[in-house]
Design a binder for this molecule. Structure first.
Ligand code: FE2
Ligand code: FE2
Length: 208
C-alpha cells in the first residue's frame, strides 16, 4: 500500500531542471529517491514497472506514440493555418518531428526494445482539442491564434516528457540516449519560443 500520509507530506513536484535546461544541474540523491518513489507509486496504480529502467522504456514508448500521432496532426494544422509563417512553422516542425521519431526508435533499439506500447492518451487529447480549433467557425486570425495555443500545449507536454526521459537516461548511464533526448528537447523548446514570438508579433495583435 502507498502510505497516504507520506504522499501528503512530500513535495512531489520535480525541480525545474528535470524538464528543460541545456545544462543540467547535478542531480541530488534526494531527487533520485523522489524519482524512484514516483516510479513505485505509478507502478502500484497502473503499470507493471519494477525499475527505473522499466519506467525509462515506458516513457520512450509513450513519447514515440505521441510523436507518431503528431506527424499525422501537423499537416492538418499547417493546412488550417491562414498565416503563411505559421503554416511554414508547422511544416518545419513536421520535419523535426519525424526526426524525433527516428531518435526514439534509435534509443529503443539500443535497448533491444520495440516501439510497441499503449497509445499516448495525453497527446490524443491535445490533438483532439487542436482539431476542434481547426473546425471552429472563427475569423482567420482568431483561428490562427487558437492553433498557436493548441500547438504550444503540445510543445509543453513534449518538453515535460523529454525532460523526464533525458533525466532517466542520465541516471541510468545511457549517455547516447540522454544526448539524443536533449537534442529533441532543445528543438521542442525552440519551437515553443517561435510560437510565442509569432503569437505576439502577428496573430494576437490582429485578432484584437
Ligand atoms: Fe517532437
Ligand atoms: Fe514538438
Amino acid at each position: 500500500m502507498v502510505d497516504e500520509t507520506l504522499s501528503q507530506s512530500r513535495d512531489w513536484s520535480f525541480p525545474a531542471h528535470f524538464f528543460w535546461e541545456t545544462k543540467t544541474a547535478p542531480i541530488k540523491s534526494v531527487e533520485i529517491e523522489q524519482i524512484q518513489m514516483v516510479a513505485e507509486i505509478r507502478n502500484f496504480h497502473v503499470m507493471q514497472l519494477e525499475t527505473l529502467k522499466d519506467l525509462y522504456i515506458h516513457e520512450l514508448k509513450d513519447l514515440h506514440s505521441a510523436e507518431k500521432q503528431l506527424t499525422k496532426a501537423l499537416p492538418k494544422m499547417a493546412k488550417a493555418a491562414t498565416n503563411e509563417r505559421l503554416a511554414d512553422g508547422f511544416r518545419l516542425h513536421l520535419d523535426q518531428t519525424q526526426e524525433h521519431v527516428n531518435r526514439l526508435e534509435k534509443i529503443l533499439e539500443s535497448h533491444d526494445q520495440s516501439t510497441r506500447g499503449p497509445k499516448c492518451k495525453g497527446m490524443e487529447g491535445l490533438i483532439e482539442e487542436g482539431s476542434e480549433m481547426i473546425e471552429e467557425d472563427a475569423e482567420d486570425e482568431v483561428r490562427d491564434a487558437g492553433l498557436i495555443a493548441a500547438a504550444q500545449r503540445v510543445e509543453h507536454y513534449e518538453i515535460a516528457g523529454y525532460g523526464c526521459a533525458r533525466t532517466y537516461a542520465e541516471l541510468l548511464g545511457d549517455s547516447q540516449g540522454a544526448k539524443l533526448l536533449q537534442q529533441t528537447l532543445d528543438e521542442e523548446g525552440a519551437t515553443d519560443k517561435k510560437l510565442t514570438e509569432l503569437a505576439k508579433t502577428l496573430i494576437n495583435i490582429k485578432a484584437q
